[in-house]
Ligand binder design. Structure first.
Ligand code: AMP
Length: 220
């Protein structure tokens, strides 16, 4: 797999993180989630984390220059030399254009799921604050109620998975991030995937897409 530079597009809850983690395990490409990096900064109480927390809790976007700094620092690390899986970045045209100046995406995967399904996915989602494992109270409950299967930590609901915040995240997505679909379509790297199916079915379709991109790069 050579230089697969993948970005995941899709509203909150479409499964970008889940699919990116699985792809990362399969292909050995780093999963770069700006949301995870920010949540880690919040947990560590760094200055950047403290500033970002209020913005994240209300479902708004962290300023472009902060995000661009985070991504630039991450992508210069040696593990990104062979390619990367970007999850949650870019989220604005400014971010996409800035990114294109220092590297370029060769595969944009847009995951589509109807809005009503997404709301249910997000408000019933629970996460482990320690190991970041995800659960769903209806479809994938933990074995023992309220406790992470993997590390035994008490599960929490992300602040931004509360129903009122979820609505503003969708609004922000439609206004700021959806235009990126057209941006990557124009660059001829866009792939659309129906995300309203079970995780494994969606995954096998994404694997085929990424393998095809990798083969193209191997030949070139
Ligand atoms: P996520 O886990 O990707 O849903 O991100 C959680 C929150 O982190 C978002 O609602 C934003 O507040 C912030 N965030 C993550 N990535 C970005 C980005 N690329 N641009 C701006 N804000 C971001």
């Amino acid at each position: 797999m050579n230089r697969a530079k993948v970005v995941f597009l899709g509203a909150p809850g479409t499964g970008k993180g889940t699919q990116a983690k699985k792809l990362s395990a399969k292909f050995g490409l780093p999963h770069v989630s700006t949301g995870d990096i920010l949540r880690d900064a919040v947990k560590k109480g760094t200055e950047q984390g403290l500033k970002a927390k209020a913005v994240m809790d209300r479902g708004d976007l962290v300023p472009d220059e902060v995000i661009l700094g985070i991504v630039e620092n991450r992508l210069v690390k040696p593990d990104c030399a062979k390619g990367f899986l970007l999850d949650g970045f870019p989220r604005t045209l400014v971010q996409a254009e800035a990114f294109d100046k220092w590297d370029s995406v060769n595969c944009a995967i847009q995951i589509d799921v109807p809005d009503d399904v997404l709301v249910k996915r997000l408000v019933l989602r629970r996460t482990c604050p320690l190991c970041a494992a995800m659960y769903h109270l209806e479809y994938q409950p933990p074995r023992s109620q309220g406790v992470c299967d993997k590390c035994g930590t008490a599960l929490v609901q992300r602040e931004d998975d509360r129903e009122d915040v979820v609505k503003s995240r969708f609004q922000v997505y439609m206004e700021k991030t959806e235009p990126l679909i057209g941006y990557y379509r124009q660059k001829d790297v866009l792939h659309n995937v129906n995300g309203n199916r079970d995780v494994e079915t969606v995954f096998s379709e994404i694997v085929q897409i990424v393998e095809a991109v990798g083969e193209m790069n191997d030949e070139g």
